[in-house]
Every structure is written in structure tokens, then in C-alpha cells.
Design a protein around this ligand. Structure first.
Ligand code: NAD
Ligand code: IPM
Ligand code: MN
Length: 352
């Protein structure tokens, strides 16, 4: 079982180290870890945010554990050299179109949410975010328009097949969990969204047991914090999913708690090939201070064991240990506590 560990920038290496330590503490036989450079760290060493050797390592692995990329020192570089291109490139090159972002308030941990406890208690949703299309990957540029003014532009589009394959992922998740499915779009304004909605309705015919609703993204943002219990599986595009998942993480308590799995169609001998990362970024404001909450990355490692290695019991062990640490008051600064990265990692390992 080969895992490519790509720590990246800022707090990426700090949180990844704790997730790796948790994996090692499980003592799983046959696990081999390789480490590669990505992001600003790779740019500074190799002149490119996603060096060929990192891509080769990623392809050769059964799963990827990713930290975060992003470096303010790189913000003035041409776009193709910026750290963020590493994660976008990995997702695209590896065909990882299905991004699963579970957001839930653990029972008894409603107090971590900024929402009223009676509202927070119903928050348990799986955001299924399309990850390799949308305005992220369309043509873009800057130009001078007819009025002689500078103009920035980004093309948003979705092909039928792109919507269809991610819709199937969401419908399967809804069918197997018995949860209702809400597809989030902006079909009242965007043609991309109208096509999205039409395809989702077509796919729905294949899943008669799943309850499907559509919701505009502005309304969805409002309801995530006012009626989170209405959401079970949430199907949405790349941009809306990016925004809604940060919002959902804040409703849970902190962005430092939300893991993710990015999956495609490739199967290995152990499970589905995937990339696993916290939903947060490199957090330059707290990088290098030992303050970052590693729980989102640790929970991402649990998702990796589940989806890429079929190790459900070990995944649950990690998730239970994280919940137990939180219940015992092991809280990072992001949750109003004073535990640092290493202390949180150690507390989770003690509770495995
Ligand atoms: P961010 O997620 O890095 O940080 C937002 C806020 O949340 C900051 O105040 C930060 O301190 C806090 N935070 C984030 N993770 C935390 C953790 N684990 N523990 C405690 N606090 C945490 O978002 P940003 O500031 O908008 O972006 C910073 C950089 O990260 C940018 O370069 C951005 O492009 C990049 N980014 C990368 C990824 C990724 O690698 N997948 C994701 C998001 C942002
Ligand atoms: C995320 C991040 C990325 C995204 C950026 C860094 C490209 O915000 O993983 O949520 O927008 O997908
Ligand atoms: Mn994001």
C-alpha cells in the first residue's frame, strides 16, 4: 500500500506530519510512505509547483495524502507557476472529479458550533463537489475591451458527461445512506446551471428511491446555517462546492475539522485511487507557529483508509479518537482552545 505524502506549504507540513504519525501509530503492515514536493515549496526548489517527479510519484501510489499549497511570496508569479496550480493539476491529471467533503457536528459537540445548539445538532451532510470542471478550468484571461478598459474574464461551462458522472456519485451516496439529495445550482441565471439541472433530473430517473430537490446556491448558503438538518447529500459544481464547504466547516466549528476525499474512476488492488486533504489552505497567518489544528488532515487520512484501502475499522478508529479528543477538551486555537498542533496529534494517538 503506497502512499504519496505531499505536505506543501505553510501549515501543510505541520498538519501532514501529525496525520502521518497517526497512520504510523496504527502499525498497519505493508504501508509504505513516499514524500514529494508540491506548491510554493516545489517552485522554490525545482522552479515548478508540480514537478514531473512529483506527478510520477503520485501516479505510482495507491493514494495521496496532501497538506496544503499557497504562498503569499508566489502571488505575483504568472498563474501557471503559482502554488495552487499543483493541487488543480493533480486533480485534473489524475482524473479526480469527485470531491467528498463530509461536514458533521459530532454528537455532544454542538458547543463547538457558532450556531445555536438546537440548530447545530442537525448538521450532518456530505457535500459532493465536482472537482475538474466549471469556471475553474475554463478559458480565462485579461484583455482590453472595446471601450479601451482592462477586462478580466473566465469561461464557465459543464459538459453533459461531466455533470452525469458526478451526479451518479451523489445519487449512489444518497441511495446507500437513505439520505435525501439536494442539487445546488444557479439555474435562474446561468446556462451552465440549467444544463446541470437538466442532467441531474435525467440521472434521477435511475434512482427512484432517492428524494431529489434543487436549490439555488444563495438560498443553500442561507439554509446551511439556518436549517442544516435539511441537507443530507449535497451535489454541486466546483465553485459553489468550494464556497459552501468552507461555510459548512464554520458551521461545524472550524475549517480545521473538515477532511476531504478526491476520487476518480481508477481502482487499485486495494480500493479506489484518491487524494486526501483537509479543505483548508496553507494558513500563512499561523504557519510555522505550531498552532494549526491537524484534525482535518488526520480525518482525511481516515477517509483514505476507508476509500483507498478498504480499512473501514481503522478509519472508524481514527474518527472515534478525534471525536474523543474533542469531547475531552483538546481544542486548537481555531476552536477557542490552546492546544497546539503536536499536542492535538498526540492526544488523538493516545485515544486510538
Ligand atoms: P486558509 O484555509 O489557508 O485559511 C483561512 C483561515 O483559517 C486563516 O485564518 C487560517 O489561519 C485559518 N485556518 C485554516 N486552516 C486552519 C487549521 N488547520 N487550524 C487553524 N486555523 C486554520 O485560506 P486562505 O487564507 O484564504 O488561503 C491561504 C492560502 O492557501 C492561499 O494561497 C490559498 O490559495 C491556499 N489554499 C490552498 C488550499 C489547498 O491546498 N487545497 C485550500 C484553500 C486555500
Ligand atoms: C480548496 C481550495 C482550492 C480550490 C484552491 C487552492 C485551488 O480552495 O481545495 O478548497 O478552490 O479548490
Ligand atoms: Mn476552498
Amino acid at each position: 500500500m503506497k502512499i504519496a505524502v505531499l505536505p506543501g506549504d505553510g501549515i501543510g507540513p505541520e498538519v501532514t506530519a501529525e496525520a502521518v504519525a497517526v497512520l504510523e501509530a496504527l502499525g498497519l503492515p505493508g504501508l509504505t510512505l513516499f514524500t514529494g514536493d508540491v506548491g510554493g515549496a516545489a517552485y522554490h526548489r525545482h522552479g515548478h509547483p508540480l514537478p514531473e517527479e512529483t506527478l510520477v510519484m503520485a501516479r505510482a501510489a495507491d493514494a495521496i495524502l496532501f497538506g496544503a499549497v499557497g504562498d503569499p511570496a508566489c502571488d505575483a508569479l504568472e498563474r501557471h507557476l503559482r502554488p495552487e496550480q499543483a493541487i488543480l493539476g493533480l486533480r485534473k491529471h489524475l482524473g479526480l472529479f469527485a470531491n467528498l467533503r463530509p461536514a458533521r457536528v459530532f454528537a455532544g459537540l454542538e458547543r463547538l458550533s457558532p450556531l445555536r445548539a438546537d440548530i447545530a445538532t442537525g448538521l450532518d451532510m456530505l457535500i459532493v463537489r465536482e472537482l475538474t470542471g466549471d469556471v475553474y478550468f475554463g478559458a480565462k484571461g485579461q484583455r482590453t475591451n472595446d471601450a479601451g478598459e482592462r477586462e478580466g474574464w473566465d469561461a464557465m461551462s459543464y459538459a453533459d458527461s461531466e455533470v452525469r458522472r458526478i451526479a451518479h456519485v451523489a445519487f449512489r451516496a444518497a441511495a446507500s445512506s437513505g439520505l435525501p439529495l439536494i442539487s445546488v445550482d444557479k439555474a435562474n441565471v446561468l446556462e451552465t446551471s440549467q444544463l446541470w439541472r437538466d442532467v441531474v433530473v435525467e440521472v434521477a430517473a435511475e434512482y427512484p428511491g432517492v428524494t431529489l430537490d434543487h436549490m439555488y446556491v444563495d438560498n443553500a448558503a442561507m439554509q446551511v446555517v439556518s436549517h442544516p438538518e435539511r441537507f443530507g447529500v449535497v451535489l454541486t459544481g466546483n465553485l459553489f462546492g468550494d464556497i459552501l464547504s468552507d461555510l459548512a466547516s464554520a458551521a461545524v466549528g472550524s475549517i480545521g475539522l473538515l477532511p476531504s476525499a478526491s476520487l476518480g474512476e481508477r481502482e487499485t488492488e486495494f480500493g479506489t485511487f484518491g487524494l486526501y486533504e483537509p479543505i483548508h489552505g496553507s494558513a500563512p497567518d499561523i504557519a510555522g507557529q505550531g498552532k494549526a489544528n491537524p484534525m482535518a488532515t488526520i480525518l482525511s487520512a481516515a477517509m483514505m483508509l476507508r476509500h483507498s484501502f478498504g480499512l473501514e475499522a481503522e478509519a472508524v478508529r481514527i474518527e472515534t479518537a478525534v471525536a474523543a479528543a474533542l469531547a475531552d477538551g483538546i481544542l486548537g486555537g481555531d476552536l477557542g482552545g490552546s492546544h497546539g498542533t503536536a499536542a492535538i496529534g498526540a492526544a488523538v494517538r493516545e485515544r486510538l
